[in-house]
Design a protein around this ligand. Structure first.
Ligand SMILES: [Zn+2]
Ligand SMILES: [Zn+2]
Length: 153
């Protein structure tokens, strides 16, 4: 026999569970959106934690961590490691003029009055900005020498 009081308690818990699922779905969408906008993993993690904390102030830190981690792992970013340069890192690849050589991507000659991007790899490979910048949306290394640039930027 379920008393009125117990029934209310059960309903309340079920409602809370539904709210968690509902809010988690929204948070997952938001995480994917942030990720597409190149927001860092660290910033995304703190956004998720704060969001749950705001939605469920009754939960302790441990519970908030579990919820955040679960939501995070259900997103695109949680399933893969970062494989592109962040906007911040790309900005550090300043465009300069006065270099001549061959663009490592299109293999066309670069003249001294063209803008180039010099990568911080040992050989300082040069590229046309239009040739190299799209590359870093999906890669972290110099296309010529394969040097991982993440630690150099
Ligand atoms: Zn080029
Ligand atoms: Zn290189």
């Amino acid at each position: 026999m379920v008393t009125q009081e117990l029934q209310e308690k059960i309903d309340e818990e079920l409602e809370k569970g539904e709210k968690i699922i509902e809010e988690t779905e929204k948070i997952i969408e938001e995480i994917n959106r942030l990720w597409e906008n190149n927001v860092s993993e660290e910033e995304i993690r703190s956004f998720v934690y704060d969001k749950y904390k705001e939605l469920f102030p009754q939960f302790n830190e441990n519970m908030l961590n579990i919820l955040s981690e679960t939501a995070f792992l259900m997103t695109t970013v949680g399933k893969k490691v970062r494989i592109n340069l962040s906007n911040e890192q790309i900005e550090k690849l300043g465009k300069i003029k006065g270099k001549s050589g061959v663009c490592g991507t299109c293999l066309e000659d670069i003249t001294k009055n063209e803008e180039v991007i010099t990568l911080p790899c040992d050989e300082k490979h040069i590229y046309h900005p239009d040739c190299i910048l799209p590359w870093f949306k999906l890669n972290v290394n110099c296309p010529t020498c394969r040097k991982d640039l993440r630690e150099l930027l």
